[in-house]
Design a protein around this ligand. Sequence first.
Ligand SMILES: Nc1ncnc2c1ncn2[C@@H]1O[C@H](COP(=O)(O)OP(=O)(O)OP(=O)(O)O)[C@@H](O)[C@H]1O
Length: 341
Amino acid sequence: MITTADLRKVYRVRGREVTALDGVDLHVREGEVYGVVGTSGAGKSTLIRCVNMLERPTSGTVTVDGVELTALAGRGPRAGGELRAARRRIGMVFQHFNLLSSRTVQDNVELPLEIIGLDRRERRRKAAELLDLVGLSDKAAVHPAQLSGGQKQRVGIARALAGDPRVLLSDEATSALDPETTRSILELLRDLGRQLGLTVLLITHEMDVIKSVCDSAALMRGGRVVESGRLADLLATPGSELARELFPLGDLPHSGREATVLEITFQGDTAAQPFISQLARTYNVDLNILGAAVETIGGRQVGRMRVELPGRFEENVVPIGFLREQGLQVDIADNRTEAVA
Ligand SMILES: Nc1ncnc2c1ncn2[C@@H]1O[C@H](COP(=O)(O)OP(=O)(O)OP(=O)(O)O)[C@@H](O)[C@H]1O
């Protein structure tokens, strides 16, 4: 639904070049909620602005819903019209809401409909329908200053949906909100996505946002995507940085014993199996659970667990093989071969 290929954006500031995007390949499937994370300056905002062509990429392509937006850009008045039409199918939700304070809630939602030339009656009808969708029918006549942050963002979302978009882009939509409001806005985005069949691309710096609503995620650093994929697949990828951040197990403690530390990833059916007690019973090993993180993602239980088996790796080959046979992913986190007296 959204594809970027070798996307580059170079800003020129007082004769100096700043590379904000350095060859970004992104693939967002239809109907999914896709999150982009990364530290400040990683290029997240630039990426989202290039996806809806608020910012023109220096090179590379952006394709949304089968239309290559980069091919439409800057080709005379007719191409400009095509680009405007394509952009209308992309809704955008902003961190600071970007509402007009002099207009009522209703009039804010009507603004994009005015721009596309809908008549007054049709605008009223559509805006009322959208405000109902975001649970704000009773606030239609008030001004933004009279709303809470969460309510303002609901107006922002209603306005983003005015053009019947197929795609919703969200630029840190919840970072100005408290945790409880954040949760309700994220749930609204996810539910609207499902109800309206939208594809949602959101950027955030919060791992919790990714964990609670996203199907897939990408990690950006220095203008590049360094990791991406479905959350469940990332979780099963040995050494995945995103998996580690989504399911933190903390630092590896030094017990001083001769031991093998395993990191076990489980999901779906394997999550329900009592593999730890089976292992302990079958091989008569005294294992030590050092940490665990379990979550439900997309209705499936997924998680990671760190366990310590006494003895060196060579002595634990059979129990490790047993765990792998159960369909679990097992990584050797540490193999302390030095016996401490
Ligand atoms: N309009 C601009 N002119 C010049 N440089 C810019 C411009 N916009 C962004 N940059 C630079 O591009 C790089 C990427 O910025 P961007 O805002 O995309 O990062 P980000 O990951 O969204 O960061 P944040 O989380 O702080 O918003 C940074 O080095 C930034 O200074």
